[in-house]
Ligand binder design. Structure first.
Ligand code: PHE
Length: 453
């Protein structure tokens, strides 16, 4: 049955293409924009340590599981869950997992696109020389004036959504594969150059200390939840993005090895971003906890004062925008693949509907930075609420269910066959992590947050 349905579903041209696309999905605003500001808000080192543990013990096993589920069914996440539930003889309700993922993807994209719009707007600010010799105060004013303007935010949000839709319309092989090929290496180089600048600020070691010396007294249960949620967010886990990419993966490729590669690259980019940003924060007497504006209030100071800063500023924001694009397409792809494969939509129509819906939702985030900045639910603005709901709740819950499904519902014979690990010990280690460690960790953190533990 699976074979005959495969016709409309694409396939990657090689293992390398999959690695590029999955890394493209993982590396994005989460690494460069979000990781530094939530690290700043949650007190630094201890938070980073928890995040790293979560990547290793929860993230990587779940990434392996998610890729495996997708590849086994070779369908979109909703159908994947239906097909594999049948194969495992499990309860029908498991397919709601696919649904939750599709919804989480669109909700995330709604605010992701707004922030990516900021990055694209900053390309032009950098080009216009707005940061030239500007001090921290001037840079902050530029940022505040910008996010204070709903019209400007809507303009850039619209442009970014449009770009996402244009790439997704073209399907995986044409649009996606090419975009990532040059991006990752260039991004690495640029991050290293920024770290080089950070070394000259005089506060380099203070920055490193903040990032890497844990002070556990700063850790609340909510910070632990945020760190865990971020491990899911930054690796694109728990909502089907990696599942849908896995579904395009040819059968003869080792899943475990690629998961380590992808998670490794993703973590390095995030740490480099932190190492570049915090010294600038301290050198300019800024606050680490200044929120979502952090990179927009710090990095332009570097671009405005360093040699070659004009060009670097432009390149940096161009790359940040492209990195966001290669993530945004994976946020929308599960929904589009489902509409095309199950509802008979053309790719164009599917993109138009999902993109349109997401655009409208994104207006909530746009206004939460200006005209609706006082509108709060549970003491959170619309943007903060969406972020909390998706990254801290939906993704970990999705990941938890994926772990339970892969570890307990699916027959070991099937998972072993699909993963085809080089050693039995490797498989056993994965099985232990996915059946016990990952789900227990997520459960434990949740219990802690609601105050049971
Ligand atoms: N991983 C992406 C980032 O760090 C965001 C993302 C989350 C993409 C979930 C897909 C799914 O920017």
């Amino acid at each position: 049955m699976m074979e005959t349905q495969k016709t409309v579903h694409g396939a990657w041209s090689s293992r390398f293409a999959f690695i590029l696309a999955a890394t493209g999905s993982a590396v994005g605003l989460g690494n460069i924009w979000k990781f530094p500001y939530i690290t700043g808000e949650n007190g630094g080192g201890a938070f980073v340590l928890v995040y790293l543990f979560c990547v290793l013990l929860i993230g990587i096993p779940i990434m392996i599981a998610e890729t495996m589920l997708g590849r086994r069914s070779q369908r979109n996440p909703i159908e994947t869950m239906q097909i594999l539930t049948e194969e495992a003889g499990a309860d029908k309700n498991w397919h709601y997992l696919g649904w939750m993922g599709v919804i989480a993807g669109l909700l995330i994209l709604s605010y992701y696109s707004v922030i990516a719009g900021w990055a694209s707007a900053y390309v032009f600010k950098a080009f216009a020389g707005s940061f030239f010799d500007a001090d921290a105060k001037e840079i902050k004013t530029i940022f505040n004036n910008f996010v204070g303007s709903p019209i400007q935010l809507i303009f850039w949000h619209s442009l970014f959504m449009l770009a996402t839709m244009l790439i997704v319309v073209r399907g995986i092989n044409n649009g996606l594969e090419k975009a990532t090929q040059y991006l990752m290496p260039s991004l690495f180089v640029l991050m290293f150059l920024l770290v080089g600048y950070a070394m000259t600020t005089g506060s380099y070691f203070q920055g490193l200390q903040f990032l890497f010396i844990p002070d556990f007294s700063k850790l609340t249960s909510n910070s632990v939840l945020t760190a865990m949620g971020h491990a899911f967010f930054t690796l694109s886990l728990g909502m089907g993005a990696i599942m849908v990419y896995g579904s395009y993966l040819p059968k003869n490729i080792s899943i475990a090895k690629t998961a380590f590669l992808i998670a490794g690259a993703d973590t390095i980019v995030a740490l480099l971003a932190g190492i570049a940003i915090f010294p600038i924060v301290f050198a300019n007497n800024l606050h680490p906890n200044s929120g979502p504006g952090l990179i927009f209030e710090t990095l332009p100071i570097a671009f405005g004062s360093m040699t070659g800063g004009w060009l670097m500023g432009i390149l940096f924001f161009v790359m940040l925008t492209i990195a966001a694009l290669t993530s945004s397409i994976s946020l929308i792809e599960p929904a589009v693949a489902w509409l095309v494969e199950n509802k008979g939509f053309s790719r164009e129509k599917a993109c138009a509907w999902t993109g349109g819906l997401t655009w409208v939702l994104g207006l909530g985030t746009v206004f939460s930075f200006n005209v609706w900045s006082d509108v709060t639910f549970f003491e959170r603005t619309i943007f903060q609420l969406l972020d909390y709901l998706t990254a801290n709740l939906m993704l970990p819950i999705g990941g938890f269910c994926i772990a339970i499904f892969a570890g307990w519902m699916m027959k070991s014979q099937h998972s072993a066959e699909e993963l085809d690990m080089p050693t039995q010990a490797g498989y056993d280690a994965w099985k232990l992590l996915i059946s016990y460690v990952a789900p227990a960790a997520v459960f434990f953190v949740f219990l802690h947050v609601v105050g049971v533990l």
